[in-house]
Design a protein around this ligand. Sequence first.
Ligand code: ZN
Length: 40
Amino acid sequence: MPEFVSITCEECGDEFRAYPDANAAERGFCSPACSLANAD
Ligand SMILES: [Zn+2]
């Protein structure tokens, strides 16, 4: 079974859990909104 990892969002600072191979884990954002907010 895959294990979740705890990640701190680089945009809002929230801690979230994701699969290590998920896009969220690779990019370090808890949500698409945070990803977009950090894109510019
Ligand atoms: Zn966030």
